[in-house]
Design a protein around this ligand. Structure first.
Ligand code: GDP
Ligand code: IMO
Ligand code: MG
Length: 433
């Protein structure tokens, strides 16, 4: 029984939620381990559409156990709201959902600071989700963060909030000329949330390590994507967590050798939301339309920028994450294209580069080198068997696999659970979709 890690391999929104929902059918545990409610996963099950930000996607399967691990940052307002919304839709949490006491808490000042800092940056703003993610991770690294174990201990919360709020209010009033936050209001609001969350806060490590020893199928659910990683991404246009496979292990507090399979989720083209370099971006194309392609951000509703598949970045992602196989999503979006381009190299400073140059600030000089493949011009949305895919779709996928030097295990042909071609199951079990 394997432990599988699902990692976003581009700039996020690769369709991780949909792939995890399918794999969760055969998994006992699903663990979310980094990021916060900057993530947004849309899962379509029959006529029902679910939008999840913090709670692991696996919660939608009835028999799974789910955990939000230590490396995450949790906005308790959002978490309680998300739980309530799911509860009204019949999803249960008792005895199957736990939150790590070590996860950090997003406080009201983090959200305010996120907005103020973005404003201050002007035309070099990151384009964050304004959910307080960056400021919360900053406090964690600066060792002035508030954790879930602090929140659920009223005395401890009072002590820590008293000291941190003093500092934050100084920043708000002196640096930004804003009103200070009132201790009483923040304290009371957060204590009410603590009451609701307390039963779910539990040290998940002993449970998880016991399950690992007894060879249960555990799925580690990545959020964001490799090129949003604070170390390996297009810095500074990144998020503030480590979104790569190693970051997911660290956030879940598990050793990398417990992972049997790293599944990299990639779209068959590229998107990014927010600012930052995007070598293969196309500003206008008759079929690359964010509305038709459902490329509207799940969290902020912003239109995603779109472009051709970038094999230079994809191969780098395979290397950074140690990807074992690829889940390719959104094949159907290319169904109408006459021809499709793949970026196979970067012309940069007089040379062809097959790996992305680290000087992100010079990426506007990159000239992508494209290979053009013929489209298949027929619908794929009904296909569930690899052999039935049009020849040109197979050729396109094979070329991606070849450039990435990695096999493709899953191909998604639509947003719904059933719209999937399983070439082989990354968890080695029959996926009954
Ligand atoms: P995530 O953040 O990686 O989970 O991805 P999102 O849910 O933010 O964005 C992916 C979007 O594409 C969602 O609206 C999904 O319902 C949708 N989607 C996922 N796979 C496919 C697919 O194969 N085809 C199409 N047309 N839509 C898909
Ligand atoms: P999922 O899990 C796509 C982007 C933001 C912004 C940058 C920094 O749905 O794939 P932040 O609020 O994290 O400080 O913003 O990161 N971003 C995402 N883009 N998908 C995501 O998550 C993202 N989470 C953050 O748009 O460019
Ligand atoms: Mg998303």
């Amino acid at each position: 029984m394997p432990r599988i890690l699902v990692v976003g391999s581009q700039w996020g929104d690769e369709g991780k939620g949909k792939i995890i929902d399918i794999l969760a059918q055969e998994s006992e545990w699903i663990v979310r381990s980094q990021g916060g409610n900057n993530a947004g996963h849309t899962i379509v099950i029959g006529t029902q559409e679910y939008k999840l930000h913090l709670i692991p996607t696996g919660i939608l399967q009835t028999n799974t156990k789910c955990a939000i691990a230590a490396g995450t940052v949790i906005d308790p307002i959002v978490l309680v709201e998300e739980m309530k919304t799911l509860q009204t839709r019949g999803i249960t949490f008792e005895n199957r959902f736990w939150i790590s006491p070590s996860a950090h808490i997003i406080m009201p000042y983090h959200k305010i600071m996120d907005t103020l800092q973005e404003k201050r940056k002007g035309n070099v703003a990151i384009g964050t989700t304004k959910r307080g993610i960056g400021p919360c991770y900053c406090d964690k690294i600066n060792r002035i963060g508030i954790r879930m174990c602090d929140l659920v201990d009223s005395k401890q919360f009072e002590t820590i909030l008293t000291s941190v709020l003093k500092l934050k209010n100084e920043e708000l009033t002196k640096l930004y000329s804003k009103e200070p936050l009132a201790f009483k209001e923040v304290y009371e609001e957060y204590m009410a949330l603590a009451e609701i969350l307390r039963p779910y806060v539990r040290d998940i490590n002993p449970m998880l390590h016991k399950e690992t020893e007894s060879h249960k199928t555990i799925l580690f659910e990545g959020a964001q994507g490799t090129f949003l990683d604070v170390t390996s991404g297009t810095y500074p246009y990144v998020t503030s967590s480590n979104t790569t496979a190693a970051g997911i292990c660290s956030g879940a507090e598990i050793g990398p050798n417990t992972i049997d399979h790293v599944l990299g989720v990639m779209k068959v083209y590229s998107t990014r939301v927010g600012n930052g370099p995007f070598p293969t971006e196309i500003s206008s194309h008759p079929y690359f339309n964010p509305m038709d392609a459902r490329e509207m951000g799940t969290t902020t509703g912003r239109q995603r920028r779109m472009g051709w598949f970038d094999a230079v970045l994809a191969k780098a992602s395979v290397n950074i994450n140690g990807i074992s196989s690829l889940a390719m999503t959104k094949l159907d979006i290319l169904d109408q294209f006459d021809e499709i381009k793949i970026c196979v190299g970067y012309e940069f400073q007089g040379k062809i580069h097959l790996t992305p140059p680290p000087e992100i600030h010079l990426w506007d000089q990159i000239k992508p080198q494209y290979e053009t493949l013929p489209g298949w011009k027929s619908p794929t949305t009904h296909i569930t068997n690899y052999e039935q895919l049009p020849d040109n779709a197979k050729k396109y996928l094979n070329r991606i696999s070849e450039l990435c030097q990695t096999p493709i295990s899953m191909i998604s042909v639509g947003p719904e659970r059933e719209q999937i071609v399983v070439v082989y199951s990354p968890i080695g079990q029959k996926l009954g979709v």
